[in-house]
Design a binder for this molecule. Sequence first.
Ligand code: RTP
Ligand code: MG
Length: 143
Amino acid sequence: MAIERTLSIIKPDGLKSHVIGKVISRFEEKGLKPVAIRLQQLSQTEAEGFYAVHKARPFFKDLVSFMISGPVVLMVLEGENAVLANREIMGATDPKKADKGTIRADFAKSIDQNTVHGSDSLENAKNEIAYFFRETEIQTYSA
Ligand code: RTP
Ligand code: MG
């Protein structure tokens, strides 16, 4: 199996409901290791650039304003098949449709305030990691 890196974001609702630790535990328990972590208030420009792929979608404006409504936790997660593994741990975009035991089913309020972001492909993961982190900010450690 391939060791991959993926970008994870704990969205503003996750900070407001005090579940940073619980969310990170879900990743660690399933073999995804945080190798970079930063708390940050995104600017409008940063959030718009990050979600540029959704620019034409009706939810774009609300998505950007939610993502800048408070600080977020930016993380690089590393592990076997990290991109897919992270998406499985997160659960479906709409928490009402997410499987029990996933982060979104257990912590998210709505499709808009859905607690976490995760890269959806290896290529996007590389771009999203580079959007927020320099290579020197990413550490490596083993068990
Ligand atoms: P994310 O990018 O945040 O990890 O979420 P995702 O891949 O599961 O979903 P995506 O299609 O990339 O959409 C990005 C975020 O936009 C909001 N959204 N709202 N109202 C809607 O129909 C709708 N669809 C998407 C969600 O907050 C989603 O996480
Ligand atoms: Mg997405």
